[in-house]
Design a protein around this ligand. Structure first.
Ligand SMILES: Cc1ncc(COP(=O)(O)O)c(C=O)c1O
Length: 399
């Protein structure tokens, strides 16, 4: 089908939640390059929104997936499952966690984490159910995850509110302290607010949050859906902070494009869930866990996290050089590893830069109110980064 035909079908039959999409349709990919239906190549600094960390047509990943499709994709959680058990072990061993549950998405992992935190205190017979989250956060689109998200635009149309979420400004320990009550069961945070504009948590803030949680018998839930899976230079971003959360969630790059998320926790917390308290039809099926195992093999056994971390340093350096050259419009470069943002002057529309880059064969995205966001596959190389710098330099110079 031609792009125009697909656009017409989309307009007629698909709910308008994505508005006018970028007018490109990809037919295949190789490494860090996507090809559109006309054969034009695009270097990818989006990775399907921080998902495709191994890039496209990754041989070991594709071989494992094809074999798993032929063997068995899904047969329900009524039975034992080898890829699922293997993935649970590998995640726990490398994340300093003890128990895992697999979901289908990041929002669903967060829903499960919220349920687990409430169940933990319910089983103890304590009236603790309130969850404190940060303003400008993003935790997903399901109803509780949308109300966990500290942005009114995600709440207003969906009243009445899902109760017992409190919002505090990010990086403000006093505000958090003032909001804690006897009913607080959890504090739920991103260590870098990705969708919110690549806003990085201060080390002293996180140290303070950990202390407050311990002192007040509150669980710390870290949402690592975007920051996790090697994106910020370690398997999970909490490892950059030297923090050991009670519950962490992940998704996105765990499946390299295969939908899978995870809730990770400690044994004594996981025991709050009895058989039947939580579950999923698809979550953790053989194919999804095969993807997770192939991803972890590359990331941990084959050193992809370290390679990505090095490229993250290089990309940040290069963005800083560019920002200095165009200091009239580039205000700040921030982020960790390969989750980087560039804050633009308010006279600039980041979406226009994104469109101009696409025309020049580079896929980037935006975040927050006025930032560009760079989340390439972890297999990105210097040559790709150098190419993007030329592309952005040309665009900025022409503004
Ligand atoms: C931090 C964070 N949490 C949760 C989600 C929701 O994940 P999903 O879209 O897989 O439901 C996202 C998605 O962008 C995210 O960035």
């Amino acid at each position: 089908m031609e792009l125009q035909e697909v656009m017409a079908l989309d307009k007629e039959y698909f709910m308008g939640v994505f508005g006018d999409r970028l007018p490109v349709m990809f037919s295949h990919g190789e490494g860090c390059t996507l090809y559109d239906s006309t054969g034009k190549a695009y270097t990818d600094f989006l990775a399907g929104i921080a998902v495709n960390s191994l890039g496209y047509n990754h041989k070991a990943f594709c071989d494992a997936m094809c074999e798993q499709v032929r063997n068995v994709m899904h047969y329900s959680n009524y039975f034992y499952n080898e890829p699922q058990a293997q993935l649970a072990k590998k995640l726990c061993e490398n994340a300093n966690m003890e128990k895992v549950f697999f979901s289908n998405s990041g929002a669903e992992a967060n829903e499960g984490a919220i349920k687990l935190a409430r169940m933990y205190y319910y089983k103890k017979g304590q009236q603790k159910y309130t969850i404190i989250t940060a303003t400008n956060s993003f935790h997903g689109r399901t109803l509780a995850a949308a109300f966990a998200t500290g942005q009114p635009k995600y709440h207003e149309p969906y009243q009445p509110v899902v109760p017992s979420f409190e919002y505090v400004p990010f990086n403000d320990l006093d505000a958090l302290k003032a909001t804690i009550t006897d009913t607080t069961c959890a504090v739920m945070l991103e260590l870098i607010q990705g969708e919110g504009g690549v806003i990085v948590a201060d080390q002293s803030y996180i140290d303070g949050v950990v202390k407050l949680c311990k002192e007040n018998d509150i669980l710390l839930i870290l949402d690592e859906v975007q920051t996790g899976m090697g994106r910020t230079g370690k398997l999970f971003c909490y490892m950059n902070y030297g923090v050991d959360p009670d519950i962490a969630t992940t998704a996105k790059a765990l499946g390299n494009g295969m939908p899978i998320g995870a809730i990770m926790t400690k044994t004594h917390i996981s025991e709050a869930f009895s058989p039947g308290d939580h579950g999923s039809t698809f979550g953790g099926n053989s194919l999804a866990c095969c993807a997770g195992n192939a991803v972890l093999k590359e990331m941990i056994d084959n050193g992809l996290i370290e390679k990505g971390a090095k490229m993250g340093e290089y990309l940040k350096e290069q963005l800083e050089v560019l920002a200095k050259k165009h200091s009239d419009i580039c205000l700040e470069v921030r982020g960790k590893g390969l989750l980087l943002g560039m804050e633009m002057n308010s006279s600039i529309m980041p979406a226009d830069i994104k469109k101009a880059a696409l025309k020049k064969g580079y896929i980037i995205t935006t975040a927050g109110t006025n930032a560009l966001r760079f989340v390439p596959p972890l297999i990105i190389e210097k040559k790709h980064i150098d190419g993007l710098m030329v592309c952005l330099d040309e665009i900025f110079s022409a503004l």
